[in-house]
Design a protein around this ligand. Sequence first.
Ligand SMILES: [Zn+2]
Length: 350
Amino acid sequence: MKTVCWIVAAACAMTTAWLSFREGALAERVSQKAGTGLLAIEHDSTESDLVIFAGGTIRVDFNAKEFALSRRDLTEWVRDSARATAAYFGRFPVPHAHLVFEPTGGTEVASGRAVGRPEPKIVVTMGNRTKGSQLAHESLLVHEMTHLAIPDHDIRHLWLHEGIATYVEYIARAQAGLIPASAMWAELMRELPTGLPERREAGGLDGTPSDGRRYWGGALFCLLADIEIRKATSNRLGLQDALRALQLQGGNLSRLWTLERTLDIADRGTGTAALSQLYRLMGNRPHTPDLNRLWRDLGLIREHGGLVLDEMAPLASIRRAITDRPSAPLLVAEPRLLRIVDARMRELQR
Ligand SMILES: [Zn+2]
């Protein structure tokens, strides 16, 4: 089961006033570097970093004294997660986001929370003994960044938010080369069945009280939509293009949209009705697709405890297209600037 995640639409007004005061000085420094199209991590103080890249900035609040892992390990995780998210959506979901790390006991990333208003903000609660080596396999940050890209909806439709965030955290990381495609498919094959309806379940995804249905039922909705869009467009477009259309129409977590509006705009982005049709099938009644047949059609064969990819399967080209590197990733960092940043980090760590 997934790490706990919340999306919340409002935060404390006092905090906002304090942040606005501090952002003034930071914004001036960003403007000197933004537009270079490069990725950088600039140390503003001992506790605050700024990740700057084409189309977005992320302010990172991390007090290294409260954690066992180094600032460098943490900023690499933030940078990799931001790069994967931005490559998936064509740009980072919002121009500026605030990322806060809060310590708790233990050795794991415990939970994440994304809010859209009054400013896009992600709070990650992390065990104080978490090791840097763990973060390379940790997808929670891409999950939370993806929440920032999707409009807020009525609470009955929370499954769509969690489903998209869960699906994209895997696909975006595979597209960015952070996880091998075969490992990603093996994880989806293991987890997606937990999103299927219970045998006697009468309802659909709307208003489901089940975490499994909300996260993995929503993710299954996304996989089925991805495949349907690709079938309808000769494999030229996918769910990624539908979600990018939301971005182009100003959709993000700070906006409250109806589900119908979100699905309609996303469908227009691919010239299909895939999402609206699937919602009619899965929104208010149980739908149980034959997953074993789906894996076979995609060319995913379980063999001797591992996964074999059948490239002759009927949907093998669609499976490959889903994890292909996006045609226009924006966050291809220039190594020169990164080396300067690394040198500055070493200075600060002495
Ligand atoms: Zn979530």
